[in-house]
Design a protein around this ligand. Structure first.
Ligand SMILES: Nc1ncnc2c1ncn2[C@@H]1O[C@H](COP(=O)(O)OP(=O)(O)OP(=O)(O)O)[C@@H](O)[C@H]1O
Length: 277
């Protein structure tokens, strides 16, 4: 394990990505990617299609194993740590394509998120009534009073997920991730496919998660308006490499970033702006 030096700066960093490379056969998805996520920040990873954003998320959450490099969470290396263990350590994520149980209710989906932390597993919970029941009660109070209220989904708590409009399903996914009590929440395209109003609602929830729940956010998102509005720090990937990072204004004005996005449709226009065209 390669620990960070215990300095003020290191304590300020919740996640360190250090020289991470990842390849699929001959395709290099990530090459020597390094950046830090500051505790309490909203950090966005952006980049054109195929830049490596999803690969990076999968490496951090443990679904892909990097060929080299290190991922440090709360000062400890995550090498050899499987995704469920990462979740228990405080790393939760949502997925680009919603990964909820469509036939189950909103509440049951959220309860499954909480199972990452319960001493009794899902099967045990069915057998060991006593301990499971106490945990269930604590769980219910917490979920009902905090997460559901916070995300304004009281009215749909007993609705099967399949009956919900897309924007609400994304919100339920956020609720389930929050139920894991993460310290770092990774959001994979949280507003993809949303209309303007849904996007604004989600942006507000993400800001509130950071501020009221004291959760650090790392997100991949293509909606540049939303990224630039709410991010504290932006990391730009292109062809698997970090080509720029910094505050939203600095990154938007970076010629390497504008060049990477040229020809990338709406994204390119948002970043380069009409005057730059
Ligand atoms: N499972 C895989 N097998 C082979 N190649 C892959 C796999 N996953 C990703 N790649 C390749 O790795 C590179 C990075 O892809 P990745 O999906 O991480 O990019 P991305 O930035 O998330 O793209 P998008 O914005 O389109 O979601 C691409 O060249 C892609 O084709």
């Amino acid at each position: 394990m390669r620990g960070l030096p215990v300095t003020e700066a290191a304590r300020d960093v919740i996640l360190g990505v250090e020289g991470v490379s990842l390849a699929f056969g001959g395709v290099r998805a990530l090459t020597d990617v390094s950046f830090s996520v500051r505790r309490g920040s909203i950090t966005a990873v952006i980049g054109p299609n195929g830049a490596g954003k999803t690969s990076l998320f999968n490496a951090v959450s443990g679904f892909y194993r990097p060929c080299s490099g290190n991922i440090i969470f709360e000062g400890r290396s995550l090498a050899g740590t499987a995704p469920p263990e990462r979740a228990r350590l405080g790393l939760a994520r949502t997925f680009q394509n919603i990964a909820l149980f469509r036939g189950m209710t909103v509440l049951d989906n959220i309860k499954l998120g909480r199972h990452a932390h319960m001493r009794t597993g899902l099967l045990d919970a069915l057998v060991y009534r006593g301990r499971a029941r106490r945990e269930e009660l604590e769980l219910r109070a917490e979920i009902e009073e905090r997460i559901i209220d916070f995300l304004e989904i009281q009215h749909i708590r007993n609705a099967p997920v399949a009956t919900l409009p897309y924007g609400l399903r994304k919100r339920v996914e956020l609720a389930r991730a929050l139920a894991m009590r993460p310290r770092l929440l990774m959001l994979d395209e949280p507003v993809a496919g949303m209309n303007r109003e849904e996007t604004e609602d989600m942006a507000r929830f993400i800001l509130d998660v950071k501020e009221e729940w004291d959760v650090t956010i790392l997100m991949v998102e293509h909606d540049m308006g939303m990224v630039m509005d709410i991010s504290d720090h932006v990391v730009v990937l292109n062809f698997g490499q970090v080509i720029a990072e910094g505050g939203p204004a600095a990154v938007q004005a970076d010629p390497a970033v504008v060049a990477a996005y040229l020809g990338a449709g709406d994204l390119g226009r948002r970043l380069s702006g009409p005057e730059a065209a």
